[in-house]
Structures are given as structure tokens and as C-alpha cells.
Ligand binder design. Sequence first.
Ligand SMILES: [Zn+2]
Length: 262
Amino acid sequence: MKNKPAIFCLLLLATLPDGNKRASGQSTGSTPLKTASYIEVPVLCYHNINIKPTKENDYTISAFHFEQQVKALYDSGYRSILPGQLYDHLTKGIALPSKTVMLTFDDTHESHFSMAAPVLEKYGFRGVFFIMTVCIGRKNYLTAQQIKMLAAMGHSIQCHTYDHPPVKKITGEQWQQQVDKPVKKLEAITGKRVEYFAYPFGVWSEQAIIELKKRGIKAAFQLSGKKSTTEPLYTIKRMLIPGTWSEKKLLKELARVHTVKK
Ligand SMILES: [Zn+2]
């Protein structure tokens, strides 16, 4: 989302049962392992999905083309994982199949429920939906009920701030508005933990990593910027998948990720 939303909706503040409360102010302190079995997992980033095939660009893919891409992944032997599995792989060395992929969807588009989820279901994939909470229930965006259903279907619902500011512009108490409250709201909707974060515009900062750690976020996803040498878990790269890419191009780019030397 490029423009700051003009309408601000009321946050539903709800708390989880005691046993499920997040440990605020707790730093995870985990560092990634580098083992012989460590693999580079391609993390794909999609935005909107459109029924019309004529509107494809970096941020929109047609529903038909999206299914062709997912089918190509499936037919090539790829299987999907969720952030917890990637985290366990990176921090505990828990093995993953070599053809592993993560599919992520940004910005709360309604098409994620109506078009992406049925395709993922058809091929047995699970996705990660990074939600900016200001949009929930607005026209063409996901409703709370749809988000709840996505979570119940086994997809992962994670945080993409309240209204999508660049993290470099978030200061002081604004972190509560942009991370603490959205996390609580999403946890209340799904009944599941929210522990992963996608940087708006894919851009991270050192200060943001400090703030995310304080708030119990275990890992964070950027787009294709520089990876931090000291905080690789908070600068995990994703590939923006343009709607114009053919299936062949997608598979070629994924193969390239697998050949990256760590
Ligand atoms: Zn975004």
C-alpha cells in the first residue's frame, strides 16, 4: 500500500488467556545455526491478485497466472512451510526438504481469501498473510472473519503494522500503535500467536530490530535489501514475484536461490 489510509478504524483490544500471553520485553536471543544441512529457503512475496489478466505488474498477478505458478511449484516437487518451521530450521538446524518454499501475501487484500486460499488448498500449500490492521473490514480488504478462517485453515497470520509506515519513521510510543496493538488484535482474531513481522516496503532498520525484539517478534522479513550480518533472523529476504513472470522464470529464480553460497 503506497498511500497512508485516511480512515482509521477502532482497534479491538482483547487479551488472550493467561497461558497464551506473549512475553513482552523478552528478547529471543536465538542465533541462526550454520550446519551442513542448512538450506536457503526461497520466500515468495505476493500482493494483490486480480481476476483480470490484463493488469499484471510487480504488485498484481492474475488469478489464472497465480494458479499456474503454484501448480508449477507443486509439479516441480516444492512444498510449503510456515515461519515457525523456517525459524526452527535457522535456529535449531531442524532439517527441511531441499525443495522447500514459503509463500507470503502482503497488505490484507480480500483476494488473498477469495483467490489465493482456494489455490493453495488445491495444491496442499499453506501461506503466510502479513496483515496491516487498519484495513481490516474495509472494501476490497480482508474481514476479521476471513482472517480467522484463514488461520483455521492452517495458514499463518502475521504482523505488517497498523497502517504501513516505513519503520525508520516509527518512533517512541508509536511502536505500540504499529506493532503491539496490531499483534494483540490479530491474536484476538485468530486465537494464535503472532510472532513474525514483515517490514512495510520491505525496508528494515537497526532501531526497528531492537524494537521488534523487545516485543517478542522472533524473526522479520524484508524484501531484497542487504541482509544484516549480525541479525540475519530479522532481515530474512523475500522475492517479490511480479505477475508478469512465467512459471519457467519463477522456477529458474528459485533454483538460483538454492545455489546461493552461505
Ligand atoms: Zn506492504
